[in-house]
Write a protein that binds this ligand. Structure first.
Ligand SMILES: Nc1ncnc2c1ncn2[C@@H]1O[C@H](COP(=O)(O)OP(=O)(O)OP(=O)(O)O)[C@@H](O)[C@H]1O
Length: 303
């Protein structure tokens, strides 16, 4: 379990994370989404004590990360896959990490197998591809068999097979009752992997909801209606949060009302409908709409 309360981080005049509170629960995969620069990495760094909050606090399993006697056994983190001593072999890197926590060579062998690194375990990490580096980072995160895992962009650089492997791995880790928190800037990937999603924009939380709710919200996006009574129906639908776009041949594009409600309204007024089709916005579109302000702000800010 990860609990953040009023967490903020400022770098000089720049507020990277602005007063966020959230809980990441055990037994499920929680996705941490947001456009580039939203503050995801900064938040994750604060969780594992690599950055000090400017205000607020964050705890892992009830204590600040640094207050745990053996942090690697409590929290496994993949933060920067490239931050590895490049002269060492993958196996030696893991053995060195394990030694600091009294973790035996047997566990090192296990995580090498679990992450599919057997064939390159004796090779120097300096020659690794981005994907192999990611696998090594995940192996390191799993070393202490931790109850909580924090993975920053774990599928970055992986081929489709690798992406699928990460998805299955994190799902099985959550099924074992662990807390899994992973960041991404891809909604489509997260929708297939996570149970719950926290969306960050401009350092603030703009959504914190089960994936199913976000999907349901997205599918309300718009409805195509074809009716010989287009003007009458458009008038009946008119409301502050509803947009009705009229085009040729009695075709209406309605946003802000579910298809079922439109059908019921038409029936109540005995209006014939020739077509009633919900246009499911893709999840990616819903996410773009959600983060649009945050992205626009950032473009202006960097101008
Ligand atoms: N050490 C630092 N000094 C100054 N500004 C920083 C520092 N680290 C991050 N920032 C700024 O804080 C903001 C949040 O950055 P962060 O890396 O946390 O975002 P992110 O959501 O992880 O983005 P990305 O997907 O690009 O990694 C950005 O505007 C970034 O430029």
């Amino acid at each position: 379990m990860i609990t953040a309360e009023g967490l903020s981080k400022r770098y000089g005049a720049k507020t990277a994370v602005n007063d966020i509170s959230f809980t990441v629960r055990p037994g499920q995969v929680t996705g941490f989404l947001g456009p580039n620069g939203a503050g995801k990495s900064t938040t994750m760094r604060m969780i594992v004590g690599l950055d000090r909050p400017s205000a607020g606090s964050v705890s892992v399993n009830g204590k600040p990360y640094a207050a745990h006697a053996a942090p690697l056994r409590e929290v496994g983190a993949l933060l920067d896959a490239k931050a590895v001593h490049t002269g060492r072999s993958a196996e030696n890197h893991l053995l060195a990490m394990a030694a600091t926590h009294g973790i035996g060579a047997k566990r090192v062998k296990e995580v090498i197998e679990l992450t599919g690194l057997q064939s390159v375990a004796k090779k120097r990490v300096g020659g690794f591809s981005l994907g192999m580096g990611q696998r090594l980072g995940i192996a390191a995160a799993l070393l202490g068999d931790p109850a909580t895992l924090i993975l920053d962009e774990p599928v970055n650089g992986l081929d489709p097979e690798g992406v699928l492997w990460v998805r299955q791995l994190v799902r099985s880790l959550a099924a074992e009752g662990r807390t899994v928190f992973l960041s991404s800037h891809l909604m489509s990937e997260m929708a297939q992997t996570a149970d719950h999603i926290i969306v960050l924009g401009r350092g603030q939380i703009i959504a914190d909801a089960p994936v199913a709710d976000i999907v349901a919200g997205a599918s309300l996006a718009s409805v195509t209606v074809r009716t010989p009574h287009a003007s009458q129906l458009a008038e009946l639908l008119s409301a502050p949060d509803v947009a009705v776009l009229r085009s040729e041949n009695g075709l209406l594009q309605v946003t802000g009302v579910a298809a079922a409600q439109i059908g019921e309204l038409a029936a109540a007024h005995s209006l014939v409908l020739h077509e009633l089709t919900p246009q499911n916005a893709s999840l990616e579109e819903a996410y773009m709409a959600l983060t649009q302000d945050a992205v626009e702000y950032r473009t202006e800010a960097t101008r």
